[in-house]
Design a protein around this ligand. Structure first.
Ligand SMILES: [Zn+2]
Length: 45
């Protein structure tokens, strides 16, 4: 079971979407947040 194409493997991973604005969330260190950075900053106020 060898991974033929690592890029294709990562493409198959489901992308998270922000429930607030529907924007695709970039995988980052704080990946446990549901919302994107934009909506998180709005909530922080
Ligand atoms: Zn958002």
């Amino acid at each position: 079971m060898a991974i033929e194409n690592p890029v294709q493997f990562f493409k198959n991973l489901p992308k998270k979407k922000c429930p607030e604005c529907g924007q695709t969330i970039q995988e980052q260190a704080e990946s446990y947040f549901m919302e994107c950075e934009h909506c998180l900053s709005k909530k922080a106020e």
